[in-house]
Design a protein around this ligand. Structure first.
Ligand SMILES: [Zn+2]
Length: 200
């Protein structure tokens, strides 16, 4: 496994340390990762029917976690515009592309629990993928989040914490929990693995 590094000040951290941001500047991590060669269109047929078919360009090889995410239809609308139908993803949003990466990473790190914060879709996605990976998960949401979203999160088996105040108060509550030992912060803002998933 590679290491986190800070693009601002060069600080490094092993991924197993579960640090969720740079301890010097509190900024988001980047990842020391270089894609492996060999990914060309002719190797794709016959591979897994999920975003894991792009294994060479993803920072985790030989994954165990999947709900069949990715491979959504691309529908031409005009000569120059197409629609990528990511509402057909397992939890109905593109966030599944990042959540599957975070869940696979967390499965390997085996934390005591996973925490996430969300105003809806990301929390649902993280909850679903943690269930798939058999990881205990707590999702912080702003008080007043749509019941449809909170029911989805609970249906995936996550503990739901409704935080008074807005989105920022929710993020602060999750980050306080993330600072506790043994906690993996499945942050769709701070964790670069999430972005490696969404790039697909
Ligand atoms: Zn830094």
């Amino acid at each position: 496994m590679t290491t986190y590094h800070c693009p601002q000040d060069g600080t490094r951290s092993p991924i197993s340390a579960l640090t969720w941001c740079c301890p010097v500047c509190r900024g988001p991590w980047d990842l020391d990762f270089r894609a492996a060669p060999g990914l060309t269109p002719h190797v794709l047929p016959g591979r897994a029917n999920s975003l894991w078919r792009y294994e060479e360009i993803l920072p985790l090889a030989a994954p165990e976690v999947s709900l069949g995410e990715g491979r959504t239809p691309l529908v031409p609308l005009t000569d120059t515009v197409s629609a990528k139908l990511d509402y057909l993803m397992p939890t109905l949003s593109f966030k599944d592309r990042g959540a599957v990466m975070l869940a696979e990473l967390a499965r390997r790190l085996a934390p005591d629990r996973v925490v996430a914060d969300s105003s809806g879709n990301a929390g649902t996605s993280i909850a679903a993928y943690c269930a798939r990976a058999a990881l205990p998960c707590t999702v912080y949401v702003p008080e007043g989040t749509s019941p449809k979203k909170t029911e989805q999160i609970r249906a995936h088996g996550a503990v739901l914490v409704a935080v008074p105040g807005g989105r920022e108060a929710t993020a602060l509550a999750a980050r306080a929990a993330a600072d506790e030992p043994g906690v993996f912060y499945a942050s769709h803002v701070f964790n670069p693995y999430f972005l490696h998933g969404t790039k697909t």
